[in-house]
Design a protein around this ligand. Structure first.
Ligand code: HEC
Length: 121
């Protein structure tokens, strides 16, 4: 009886040890590369399709600033009501893209995630 209990405790011990002993390769596998939002892969295409026909460099059609590079875009997101404007509804004052349709929510979420992750290239 005592021996069975010993074996049982031993087995539990092995189980706990193997759970906490996470190897480095386990950790690397858990981080999916596509979890990081990058300017080149995710963000640039959104702006090319929806914004740079006015927010070119130099900006045209009365637009105030260009969004053709990471630093131009980052500057706008950090220093203007950029995120707020893309979250407005068409017809509301300041809505962007001006005269266009609202960005898909998934694109808005990507831009906000990119901002919160620190504007990865
Ligand atoms: C049809 C032209 C046009 C398009 C397309 C357009 N904009 Fe604009 N944008 C303007 C104009 C004109 C202004 C200046 C008037 C104003 O502030 O509303 C402006 C101003 C802005 C500002 C304010 C910048 C500042 O100086 O404070 C932001 C932010 C902005 N746009 C974001 C966007 C984003 C993001 C997109 C794409 C999703 C976009 N715009 C698409 C014409 C456009």
């Amino acid at each position: 009886m005592k021996f069975t209990r010993f074996i049982f405790a031993f087995a539990i011990g092995i189980l706990l040890w193997s759970c906490t002993n996470t190897s480095e390769s386990d950790l690397i596998e858990q981080v999916e590369p596509e979890d990081i939002i990058t300017y080149t892969e995710h963000i640039k295409p959104i702006y090319e399709n929806n914004c740079i026909n006015c927010h070119s460099n130099p900006a045209i059609n009365g637009a105030s600033m260009p969004f053709t590079t990471l630093s131009e875009l980052r500057n706008s997101i950090e220093n203007t009501d950029h995120i707020d404007r893309i979250n407005r509804q068409p017809g509301e004052g300041g809505f962007m893209p001006l005269g266009g349709t609202r960005l898909p929510q998934v694109s808005i979420d990507l831009i906000e995630q990119w901002q919160s992750e620190g504007f990865a290239e």
